[in-house]
Write a new protein. Structure first.
Length: 82
């Protein structure tokens, strides 16, 4: 995803590491997950970063991830299908 405007927070779980607590919260708002699940993940916590305008984020196929917009954003994304 290339971000044309705004800021987006990303969370990426390592391949093969997707804690049960995250699985149970998969259909919840990311902000709820950040407040209620993330603090208890310990060593299983995902990597996190903030993407800024003009930056491109590449997420490999096997990396579970979640995002939350920190303000209004515009982005261009593409997905590879095998």
């Amino acid at each position: 995803l290339t971000l044309l405007a705004g800021h987006k927070r990303w969370y990426l779980h390592r391949p093969g590491v997707f804690p049960e607590a995250s699985v149970r919260a998969i259909h919840r708002e990311v902000s709820d997950w950040e407040a209620e699940v993330l603090p208890g993940l310990g060593d299983s916590a995902p990597f996190g970063c903030v993407q800024r305008t003009g930056e491109t984020m590449f997420v490999p196929d096997v990396w579970p991830h979640a995002t939350i917009n920190l303000d209004e954003t515009i982005g261009v994304a593409w997905q590879r299908y095998q």
